[in-house]
Design a binder for this molecule. Structure first.
Ligand code: NCD
Ligand code: ZN
Ligand code: ZN
Ligand code: ZN
Length: 401
């Protein structure tokens, strides 16, 4: 039994001074005499949060091990306070069959972070949906062109897919945006219509414009079962930054306007955006140094999301409660991750201690991701994770500042 004392612990929506007793699960909160013998670790007024859950990462590996592996991706996650990742299927090989799913699972299990795997959908694996369903976190559909080229456009195949995923009971995560499109709402429309028709539960990946999110909110008011995801880069950069920095900020969907960025902060603070995820998409600097048209889409971010958001909390752009909701509680609830997403007796001991006053600059030498760079390099942020436990196992401890 371990004991964390002296912390301000995020319990039931607020910070409480309490001791935590845990092994793989949280056994008691407060000063439970049954466990008082445990040797305490004093965290001296720091904040204790439930482990963060990043529902959108690309950990590559296999033929793209030069960009990221499960080992390096897991280290990056854990030092960013992320205890669970859900990993996308557009890898090489892509996650389309039980065989590729199980090969990926073997790598992921050895890495030390909790995980779920998305099953990718193509016109050729629709009949596998019932077979894959018990082993995937959710299914993923690409309606727009992006890294990996898993795009589906045949209307008949799409109808079958939406019906089969609805039948499976799993969520369908959709990359709906097309790179050259001028309207996110227009991009979302076909997915919303199919979901309405087949009652498919949707998760809308990387939404980043007012008109797109307003359409999704309207569809939800009309009864669709959908969740809305946004990512830190849309909260911090705009198309002007892309014009200045070029390929480094080339990402799908592309960065939006300053007005959209302000709208996102507002929608996040109001609870209209359900889920924050990094869309950690590592590409090397060498790949990013190519001519703009040839450079790949995607930005790394699994280890910088929490510090960026803690910094935003320090600047009162959103509350700590909202941060925990969109980056832990809602992801656990939406993706059915039992025992995760909150600090409560009987829940898993996935815990992060954060120092809300630690001030540190995002610097490549401190990053664990194999791609070795960050679009947020040079950002001076207040609030950093300093210890991470996964099912009661200490999995990261920060060096002294
Ligand atoms: C992602 C990647 O590189 O895998 N790139 C990106 O620009 N977001 C793919 C994706 O999520 O669309
Ligand atoms: Zn995508
Ligand atoms: Zn992605
Ligand atoms: Zn519970």
């Amino acid at each position: 039994m371990q004991r964390l004392s002296g912390g301000r612990v995020f319990i039931a929506g607020e910070l409480q001074e309490a001791d935590l007793f845990f092994d793989e699960q949280i056994r008691a909160i407060g000063s439970d005499p049954e466990f008082d013998a445990a040797e305490p670790l004093d965290v001296g007024g720091k904040i204790v949060l439930p482990g963060l859950i990043d529902v959108h990462v690309h950990f590559r590996d296999f033929r793209q091990a030069y960009q990221e592996t499960w080992a390096s991706g897991a280290r990056a996650a854990l030092q960013g306070g992320v205890t669970t990742v859900l990993e996308m299927p557009n890898s090489d090989p892509p996650t389309l069959t039980l065989k590729t799913l199980r090969a990926k699972r073997a790598r992921a299990e050895a890495a030390g972070v909790r995980f779920g795997l998305y099953g990718g959908l193509t016109e050729n694996n629709i009949e596998l949906i019932p077979l894959l369903a018990p082993e995937v976190a959710a299914f993923k559909l690409y309606l727009g062109q992006t890294t990996g080229g898993l795009i589906v456009s045949d209307p008949g195949a799409l109808r079958e897919m939406f019906a089969a995923v609805a039948e499976s009971g799993k969520l369908l995560a959709v990359h709906a945006q097309r790179p050259q499109s001028r309207s996110e709402a227009a991009d979302l429309e076909p997915a919303l219509e199919l979901s309405d028709r087949y009652h498919t539960r949707l998760h809308l990946c990387h939404c980043r414009t007012r008109e797109g999110i307003e359409l999704a909110l309207e569809a939800r008011r009309d009864g669709l079962d959908l969740s809305i995801e946004t990512c830190p880069h849309y909260l911090h950069f705009t198309q002007q930054d892309f014009q200045q920095q070029g390929a480094l900020l080339k990402v799908n969907p592309p960065l939006a306007s300053a007005a959209d960025r302000e709208y996102l902060w507002d929608a996040l603070a109001k609870g209209q955006i359900d889920i924050l995820a990094s869309d950690h998409a590592p590409h090397t600097l060498e790949e990013k140094a190519q001519a703009l048209e040839r450079a790949p889409y995607g930005l790394p971010g699994v280890e910088t999301t929490l510090p960026l958001m803690l910094d935003a909390v320090s600047k009162e752009k959103l509350t700590l409660a909202r941060l925990v909701e969109v980056f832990s509680t809602n992801p656990a609830r939406r993706f059915g991750l039992e025992g995760q997403g909150q600090i409560a007796v009987g829940h898993d001991a996935d815990l992060v201690v954060v120092d809300p006053t630690r001030r540190q600059t995002v610097a490549p030498e401190r990053l664990a991701s194999k791609c070795g760079w960050s679009p947020f390099e040079g950002f001076e942020l207040t609030g950093w994770p300093i210890r991470t436990w996964v099912r009661g196992r200490l999995s990261y401890a920060a060096p002294a500042p």
